[in-house]
Design a binder for this molecule. Structure first.
Ligand SMILES: Cc1ncc(COP(=O)(O)O)c(C=O)c1O
Length: 351
């Protein structure tokens, strides 16, 4: 009897969520530690009155506000249940037999999953020794089978963002029928002026696709809402892959409320980036090769000791995210949480 299941699904690595242990310091999932933005809980409470109704299928108000903020026509914006869902939908929209997608490795763990599920071949290009995208090698990996090149900026889990010079080179080098996909989940945390806002700089390029999310700086990880900016036909194709009514009413209302609290979001992001500077500087005393980070996390390249360090942290009720044999990603938390992980690191290195 033949098996109805696809053989290749069994080999897909599973997405590993950050652990949840009550009362532990949770700095494993790149969340912002300050709770929902002002107005968000009220918006969700109000939305709760209407959960017997389907949400607005077209996400009209939220997409309209986003379009106005970005200065783009609304048909160029697609929303989804987190940008991770939209990444999957884009891959579905471009997959044809034999198609390839180029991305750096190590990068966001959802890329290989989304690519395989969609039926795309992943072409993973190793990062440079300082944990950045190797732009030249990525460009060299583009072939006539390539449908998209994914740039994760800042790169999860290693931290560096790509510069305008690097992205300019990508757009200059790849043919227009290859999508340049820029994942800006952590854009709000970027402080290096050399690293561009991809929507502002590249939205006029026909092959530019940019992903953004409300999960990180905007504090809505639990509600699952993200968006994509692309040219209208690409946006239309991706929107056909989105499950109907994907973004629920609470998420739509909460995202609108969060956007109204932009000043507070920026204030919180400034706290994170100042803590980032302090924490990374201190961490480098123990692990000198911590790479630059433009996100709300940093990378400890501990190699074979990665899992051991995560266990050492867990024994102290601190949850970080290990990548076996490679390194550990640590989210910037509250000052006392950052102090706790620095102390754990000191004890680990000096033991
Ligand atoms: C680089 C990157 N892109 C996208 C996402 C997806 O975020 P969400 O699906 O919550 O919008 C994440 C989440 O960790 C991420 O790190």
């Amino acid at each position: 009897m033949s098996d109805p299941l696809r053989e290749d699904l069994a080999s897909i690595p599973r997405y590993v969520p950050g652990k949840a242990i009550p009362d532990a310091v949770k700095i494993s999932s790149n969340e912002v530690p300050y709770g929902p933005l002002p107005g968000v809980v009220e918006a969700i409470t109000e939305a709760a009155e209407n959960v017997h109704r389907y949400p607005d299928l077209g996400v009209v108000e939220l997409r309209g506000v986003l379009a106005e903020r970005l200065g783009l026509p609304v048909e160029r914006i697609v929303t989804g249940t987190g940008s991770v869902a939209l990444i999957g939908h884009l891959m579905q929209a471009i997959a044809r037999p034999g198609s390839e997608v180029v991305y750096s490795w190590r990068s966001f763990e959802a890329y290989p999953i989304a690519a395989t599920v969609a039926g795309l071949k992943s072409v993973q290009v190793p990062n440079t020794p300082d944990h950045r995208h190797d732009i030249d090698a990525m460009l060299a990996a583009v072939t006539p089978a390539t449908r998209a090149i994914v740039i994760c900026s800042p790169n999860n889990p290693t931290g560096p963002a790509v510069t305008a010079d690097e992205l300019d080179r990508v757009f200059a080098a790849v043919p227009e029928d290859v999508l340049v996909v820029i994942d800006e989940a952590y854009r709000e945390f970027v402080t290096d002026p050399a690293c561009p806002n991809a929507v502002e700089r590249y939205a006029s390029r026909r092959n530019a696709v940019v992903f953004r999310t409300f999960s990180k700086a905007w504090g809505l990880a639990g509600l699952r809402v993200g968006y994509m900016v692309a040219r209208p036909d690409v946006a239309d194709a991706v929107s056909r892959c989105v499950i109907p009514f994907a973004v629920n009413t609470a998420a739509q209302r909460a995202a609108l409320a969060a956007l109204r609290a932009e000043g507070e979001m920026r204030r919180r992001v400034a706290l994170v980036t100042s803590e980032r500077k302090r924490t990374v500087t201190a961490a480098r005393e123990f692990v000198p090769d911590v790479p630059d980070t433009q996100a709300n996390f940093f990378w400890l390249p501990l190699g074979e000791r990665a899992v051991e360090f995560a266990a050492h942290c867990e024994a102290r009720s601190i949850l970080v995210r290990p990548f076996a044999g490679d390194g550990v990603r640590v989210t910037i938390g509250l000052p006392e949480e950052n102090d706790a992980v620095l102390e754990a690191l000191r004890a680990f290195i000096e033991a």
